[in-house]
Design a protein around this ligand. Structure first.
Ligand code: ADP
Ligand code: MG
Length: 323
């Protein structure tokens, strides 16, 4: 194949046709309509080589993750995906890498009906970087926000906890390698599956929502602060990923309560919604667990089987500027 330049690179790897009604890749802007009665929900996330992913990460999974972390933010608002743009900076044109990255990206974009409708391609000096911006649609004033939790709401969680943090610790050499635990936990770090099809059906049923990409306790705290309330969680009810079973409690507490990279949803809803939510989750094959209750007293407690508060990890979650 002849050496690619910027324009042939875009044509080769990022040029899947947009659906009917969209003006996609190929002009100065992408153009699409939002249905009457809906608002646009917009979010953006950047991933940087060496900071958010290891240089040798499988590019197909990286393409998937680039979009998945953004779909997680749409899900957290109950917004339905409408489209996305990708700003990509690479130090050189590596065809095998681009082929695989774009295939991973498109596979999820097609699954989520979130077409790639534009972007930007530039050269970086050393590291790969990409920023994805997603656009979603949400009925006017219905978005799931952080400030709408109410006292006595149930607290719900999709998916499982702890596996991405465990995998990260093995891959970073912070824990002696256990090959079985690594192979069980690694897919959750590298190929997150946010509940993007499930989440829009929470509108009108759930009160507050957030994705817990920076750790359950830290992200749930954002809901509690915004909603001026507290929470009690039951340790025995938390959906600990099977790769953590049998590890020391200290390790489990850290990975489950504070571990990042969990592109899943934590939301609150009145008790009257329990059967609706469980049926909805079953319909979408989403693992859904009731993990606690919103309280009037501020503060966040995790209770053991005897209803005593457990000691919480020193760092409640991930922060780029303190770690
Ligand atoms: P401009 O210079 O007008 O910003 P570009 O030459 O950068 O346009 O891009 C040409 C077209 O390709 C535009 O429609 C842009 O949105 C699209 N594009 C560029 N890079 C990407 C990418 N990485 N993924 C998807 N679309 C892209
Ligand atoms: Mg451009």
């Amino acid at each position: 194949m002849a050496a690619l330049n910027e324009f042939s690179l875009i044509k080769t790897y990022f040029n899947q046709a947009a659906p009917e009604g969209y003006l996609g890749v190929g002009d100065d802007c992408a153009v699409f309509a939002v249905r009457p009665g809906y608002q646009l929900a917009v979010s953006t996330d950047t991933l940087i080589e060496g900071r958010h992913f290891f240089s040798d990460t499988d590019p197909f999974q990286l393409g998937h993750k680039a979009l998945a972390v953004n779909l997680s933010d749409l899900a957290a608002m109950g917004a339905q995906p409408k489209g996305c743009v990708l700003a990509l900076a690479v130090p050189a044109i590596d065809d095998a890498w681009l082929q695989s990255f774009s295939a991973g990206f498109y596979a999820l974009a097609n699954q989520a009906q979130c077409p790639l409708i534009g972007g930007d391609t530039t050269r970086s000096s050393t590291d790969i970087m990409f920023t994805v911006t997603v656009f979603g649609e949400v009925p006017i004033t219905q978005a799931l926000r952080r400030d709408l939790a109410r006292v006595d709401d149930d607290i719900w969680l999709t998916g499982t906890l702890g596996a991405p943090d465990l995998a990260l610790q093995y891959l970073a050499g912070q824990m002696p390698l256990d090959a079985d635990r690594l192979s069980a936990s690694r897919p959750l770090l590298e190929k997150p599956q946010p509940p993007f099809a499930f989440a829009p059906h929470l509108l009108g049923h759930a009160h507050a929502g957030i994705d817990i990409s920076d750790g359950l306790l830290q992200d749930l705290s954002h809901i509690l602060q915004a909603s001026h309330c507290g929470a009690q969680l039951q340790w025995s009810q938390l959906p600990v990923h099977s790769s953590l079973l049998g590890l020391e409690q200290q390790q489990q507490l850290q990975s489950v309560l504070a571990g990042g990279d969990v592109f899943q949803l934590c939301f609150t809803a009145p008790k009257s919604e329990r059967s609706y939510l469980l049926e909805l989750a079953a319909l979408h094959s989403v693992q859904l667990t009731r993990i606690g209750t919103i309280t009037q007293a501020t503060g966040l407690e995790v209770l053991d089987a005897q209803q005593h508060p457990l000691p919480l990890p020193a760092h409640l979650g991930f922060d780029h500027f303190t770690l």
